[in-house]
Design a binder for this molecule. Structure first.
Ligand SMILES: [Fe+2]
Ligand SMILES: [Fe+2]
Length: 372
């Protein structure tokens, strides 16, 4: 446990098997108030995937004639190779990729559940532990909701892609608080907020759009928890500690950016549709040159751009790694932008809807207040 980087006593941690430390009498007297607002807001955005007042998961969707994600989002369909495919193949490919994409999100939700539960075992501060327990409960309903959604559309989920599986495993099993919070609450949750905003704005399935908005009402708070950690930690790090955090963030970013969902991961899906994986690799490489990729990333809703912004605003990126990120986004433009995260307005609308059901009408949606 000597590798912990702790700058605020709210993040004091013990080994996962050191339950003795949890029942030390002096430990109970310490409770940080830093998380009180996020904890007390949990009732406002409560929802239950099994309760039709919040979400009706019984609406049908015909996967043979409609696509869950718009075909414009599918990179393969933006290459000349797609001219050889008939309309049914395009629909099947789009829905096959949607199945893999949403299954990876389900596995990410399970990782968030396991990770927040693991924080409960190591965080000594009662406020931090109470926050983490609430997050675990919220992630548990996300696992239920995505599992039910995938079951209603496809039956079984697709396996987790290996690179993502390894990354999630490393975060869940690590005993290091900074690795967990930077990896999960800042980067994976940031990626999720960006992905959910895209699904909410563009999916053709109203049931998925509704479910995604409800999930976002929770995720906005999880992302705020990461921001509170950064505010209390980053300014106080030694150079060596800052380098450690900065390198971990870059490693996670790089994995999420380059290695998660390439053509190799989709080989079995291509094969089931009679598509040659090597032809796809070639077509994608010539259609999406570095310049084309960069142009896509510069659009303000691009998910990776959202992640860069999270790291810039948290003060994690210094001149050591700035040039790595500057390959993809305009770093000065990002630094000048406000703090609002993509997806925050969607989450706030969702919270107003939930307050009507939960009896919290008239209160200001608290996602923007929670980190104050
Ligand atoms: Fe979640
Ligand atoms: Fe989350």
């Amino acid at each position: 446990m000597t590798d912990q980087i702790t700058k605020d006593s709210a993040y004091n941690a013990v080994a996962p098997d050191d339950f003795g430390a949890m029942i030390e009498v002096d430990r109970y007297g310490q409770r940080s108030g830093a998380f009180n607002k996020i904890i007390s807001a949990t009732h406002d955005h409560f929802w239950d995937p099994l309760d039709k007042r919040y979400l009706d998961l019984s609406a049908p969707f015909d996967l043979k004639t409609q696509t869950i994600l718009p075909q414009e989002m599918i990179m393969e369909l933006q290459t000349p190779l797609a001219d050889n495919w008939d309309a049914q193949t395009k629909i099947d490919l789009t829905n096959g990729i949607g199945h893999m994409f949403l299954s990876n999100i389900l596995h990410g939700e399970q990782a968030a559940l396991s990770l927040s539960a693991s924080l409960v075992h190591i965080l000594l501060d009662q406020g931090a532990a109470e926050y983490a327990a609430n997050q675990a409960r919220e992630e548990a309903r996300h696992v239920t909701a995505f599992a039910m959604y995938i079951d209603s559309r496809w039956g079984k989920p697709a396996p987790c892609t290996p690179v993502l599986g390894n990354l999630l495993t490393e975060m869940v099993s690590s005993e290091l608080v900074y690795k967990k919070i930077v990896g999960m609450q800042m980067l994976v949750e940031g990626l999720a907020m960006g992905a959910f905003a895209t699904i909410y704005n563009h999916s053709n399935d109203p049931m998925l759009r509704q479910m995604t908005q409800l999930v976002m009402t929770d995720e906005a708070f999880h992302h705020k928890f990461g921001k509170i950690w950064a505010d209390k930690t980053m300014p106080h790090l030694s150079d060596a500690e800052h380098n450690t955090v900065e390198d971990w963030a870059q490693q996670v970013f790089q994995t999420l950016l380059f290695n998660m969902f390439g053509p190799g991961e989709k080989a079995a899906l291509y094969a089931s549709l009679g598509i040659d994986v090597d032809e796809v690799k070639e077509a994608l490489a010539s259609a999406f040159t570095d310049d084309a990729r960069r142009a896509r990333m510069r659009s303000s809703t691009n998910i990776m751009r959202v992640l860069c912004k999270t790291l810039v605003k948290a003060g994690i990126i210094t001149d050591r790694t700035k040039s790595f990120y500057a390959t993809f986004v305009d770093m000065d433009e990002l630094a000048a932008e406000g703090d609002e995260m993509v997806g925050d307005p969607i989450a706030e609308d969702g919270i107003r809807f939930l307050q009507m059901i939960n009896g919290g009408e008239g209160r200001t949606p608290s996602s923007t207040l929670a980190a104050e």
